[in-house]
Write a protein that binds this ligand. Sequence first.
Ligand SMILES: C[S@@+](CC[C@H](N)C(=O)[O-])C[C@H]1O[C@@H](n2cnc3c(N)ncnc32)[C@H](O)[C@@H]1O
Length: 276
Amino acid sequence: MAYLLSAVDFQKMADYLYRKTGIFLEAEKHYEKVAKYIDARCAVIGADSFRKYFYALRFEDKSGDEFQALVNAITVNETYFYREKEQFEVLVERILPELHAKRPSHLPLRILSAPSSTGEEPYSIVLHILEEGKIVEERDIEIVGIDIDSTVIDKAKKGRFSERSVHAIPRPVLSKWFRAGKPGYDLIDDLIGTVDFRVANVFDRTQMRQLGKFDIIFSRNMLIYFDDASRKEVAMTFYDMLNPEGYVLLGHAEYMSRITSVFKAKKIDSTLIYQK
Ligand SMILES: C[S@@+](CC[C@H](N)C(=O)[O-])C[C@H]1O[C@@H](n2cnc3c(N)ncnc32)[C@H](O)[C@@H]1O
């Protein structure tokens, strides 16, 4: 079947998306997905060529909805609770006690999950902090979750999760903080609202500045979708957003040493963390 999107047009789309989001699309891997999406959108908006769709996307999309729909269709949102769980253990056993001892006691400790996808990562942070139980009695902790994809942020706010998404949570923890949903699992009401979720693009300096300063930034499994220049740009944004001696945690396949040397790498057991 012939798509409206030619190989040359694919490159135009890829360049445009890259400039706007840092997401790096490759023809061999992504052509079919993008082409199908554009055919579907053209049918909805009554465009009979890629040129018309691309014009509408760039020059007639005053609300930003067309761009948001494209981003929502392109992103890969795979996530689950307690993914790479050693990092959450290092967070509650080492990082939070260290920063709790260092920071003036009236200040909250602020943690950013960028990207949060549907919320499993920031809520895993909440669950580990609650299960640890001591620091949260002495210190306010604020957790913010951001993602460029508005559909995942809408889902995250609802606190409803599939069986697959909660599979790695130990059963006693699951039964304490969730109730059976129809289907899946719902967070108990007291936990809804413990994470401040917002739609934001890590490349949008204004949006990122508005989030304020953080003590810890989790940025796992997003940089793999970017190229080297974009990774560096985001790493430097995180550097600026961190309080002195704050930490960044990346996904297992992501290494700060390959991106920039401004952070100090520390190894705790098998977990690498990066300090400002
Ligand atoms: C694979 S998920 C990772 C979720 C979670 N951190 C984890 O490790 O389980 C990647 C997320 O990055 C988000 N993303 C991609 N580009 C982004 C950008 N420029 N700004 C913010 N979020 C972005 C996607 O929408 C997607 O939800």
